[in-house]
Design a protein around this ligand. Structure first.
Ligand SMILES: [Zn+2]
Length: 171
């Protein structure tokens, strides 16, 4: 019979061993108390190999951190909001984009803050269905004060023609 190694009082990750729980087939199981106050029973091998390092609270914290990150970064690639952001950067910054001549070539810029998608999402929110991004002043840049999600009707009434007489104001 293998000798039982006493690990009472030792700390493994967040768990401190408080007593022996019993014997498994080959190894002892141990009562532990977690830093968060929960109790956990696990076997010695899991503790020594670092397979069990908390009552489960560590994994839960990690999972909620990941979820928060996903929200902050706007649900990642492929969402309508992300596609809008990508498209507006393309037409302002990529000379090969089919719309560049009407945007980038005319001096329309994407503000520095919006080089980061999460900042764009924070300012604009998720893109509502049936809308596209609209610059309130069509000669202005893509920046928080000059943009809104607008449906086709609103945008159609805000074409550059309506601003022609005042073009110099925004030049
Ligand atoms: Zn815990």
């Amino acid at each position: 019979m293998t000798k039982l190694i006493d690990i009472i009082g030792q700390k493994f990750g967040r768990l401190t061993v408080t007593g022996r729980a019993g014997y498994g087939h080959k190894q002892a199981t141990w009562h532990c108390v977690c830093e968060c106050g929960n109790e956990k029973t696990t076997n010695g091998q899991n503790l020594r190999k670092g397979l069990t390092t908390s009552c489960g609270c560590y994994q839960k914290e990690r999972a909620s951190e990941e979820a928060a990150k996903t929200v902050r970064h706007g649900h990642g690639y492929g969402t309508p909001t992300y596609k809008s952001w990508q498209a507006l950067r393309q037409r302002c910054e990529n000379q090969k984009d089919k719309d560049y001549e009407n945007y980038g070539a005319k001096g329309v810029k994407v503000c520095e803050r919006w080089q980061d998608f999460s900042a764009f999402l924070e300012d604009m929110g998720e893109r509502p269905e049936g809308t596209t991004i609209d610059r309130i002043n069509p000669f202005g840049n893509y920046e928080p004060d000059n943009c809104r999600w607008a449906d086709y009707f609103v945008q159609n009434n805000n074409k550059r023609e309506h601003w022609k007489g005042e073009a110099n104001v925004f030049a």
